[in-house]
Design a protein around this ligand. Structure first.
Ligand SMILES: Cc1cc2nc3c(=O)[nH]c(=O)nc-3n(C[C@H](O)[C@H](O)[C@H](O)COP(=O)(O)O)c2cc1C
Length: 329
């Protein structure tokens, strides 16, 4: 365990991306980064089978479960399950702007209902002994006033929430796709810094648009933590610098080939349980970004014609393709 606060640096929850295979891969690259599940709807967990949605590998710790939902009783039941399954934290999504999620009355639209979220937080804290945290935006639609987000945090803090992960953009609930909602509303990090000033005893992590270690370090001058999403997914090798740079740990010494071989061993175990190989391999396609042969290597690992081959054979073919590419450079 490091001496740093648990939210110092994390990989963001990303639907369809940060599944357990992705998290296993990320954990090979950083021992200390906190990892989050994708948002999982409370109904899926309670009625669709906890095993299917909550299973993970022990190596993934420290690990947080992110919930989509708003009904306090359901949130509490899932928080209890999260603790039973050994998660280190349970997080409520108050930042997703998708129309489907709005129709379900959770995600970003919950920022307009702090009292309901506060009831959820209280019910979850009563039901479990792990950290209950909230991930949210800095406002809704075009309203850039500070008071609503300050009051949102204040109400949840009164309910017992001590940690806030703040995507430093408004969520525009109408007219933008979820993807556009991650790029178009302007980033306003100063709002997160102001929250930390106004609530110094609470833990705040900044999220949104952070790409380099310099960006991360700059945020850490103002807040307790940083959460990185797309950059971490597309450029996973960045994670290998995190433990030494941000957690005072020894430099990462393993090679990309060694990491890939660890993933091959993992995929062999999972294939034996019926998991399709390419559904796991897709998360590591950024492993060799920026390196000669990366494209050829990636093409082999994403080639559907090879989906029935054993992982080790695909690995060998990918390495050969990358080496061949180098010869022809
Ligand atoms: C493909 C994708 C799926 C996402 N799914 C979730 C999600 O399930 N829960 C959530 O809180 N945020 C989700 N997000 C938002 C990210 O967690 C993060 O807030 C956002 O991408 C901004 O951070 P970044 O600029 O570092 O990527 C998703 C983002 C992407 C790209």
């Amino acid at each position: 365990m490091s001496n740093y606060n648990p939210w110092r640096l994390s990989v963001a929850p990303m639907l369809d991306w940060t599944d357990r295979h992705c998290r296993y891969f990320h954990r090979l690259l950083s021992q200390h980064a906190r990892l989050y599940t994708e948002m999982i709807h409370v109904g899926a967990i309670l009625h669709g089978g906890a095993e299917r949605f909550l299973r993970y590998d022990e190596a993934e710790h420290p690990l947080a479960l992110q919930l989509g939902g708003s009904e306090p009783r359901d949130l509490a039941a899932c928080a209890k399950l999260a603790e039973q399954w050994g998660y280190d934290e349970v997080n409520i999504n108050c930042g997703c702007p998708s129309e489907r999620v709005q129709r379900g009355s959770f995600g970003a639209c919950l920022m307009a209902e702090p009292a309901l979220v506060a009831d959820g937080v209280k019910a979850m804290l009563d039901a479990c002994n792990i950290a209950v945290t909230v991930k949210h935006r800095i406002g809704l639609d075009k309203n850039e006033d500070y008071a609503p987000v300050r009051d949102f945090v204040g109400v949840l803090a009164d309910a017992g929430c001590q940690t806030f992960i703040v995507h430093a953009r408004n969520a525009w609930l109408k007219g933008l796709s979820p993807k556009e909602n991650r790029d178009i509303p302007p980033l306003r990090y100063a709002v997160v810094h102001q929250l930390k000033k106004d609530f110094p005893a609470l833990t705040f992590a900044t999220n949104g648009g952070l790409q380099t270690n310099a960006h991360i370090a700059e945020q850490l001058e103002h807040v307790d933590g940083v959460m990185v999403g797309r950059q971490a997914y597309h450029h996973p090798w960045d994670l290998t610098t995190w433990d030494a740079t941000f957690f005072g740990a020894a430099p990462f010494t393993r090679s990309r080939d060694e990491v890939e071989l660890d993933m091959v061993a993992y995929m062999e175990r999972e294939v034996a349980r019926g998991v399709p190989v390419l559904s796991m391999a897709r998360h590591m396609l950024g492993l060799r970004n920026g390196i000669s042969g990366a494209r050829a290597w990636r093409q082999v690992w994403s080639d559907h014609k090879r989906k029935a081959l054993p992982p080790r054979e695909i690995h060998q073919q990918a390495m050969e393709a990358a080496a061949l590419y180098r010869v022809g450079d």
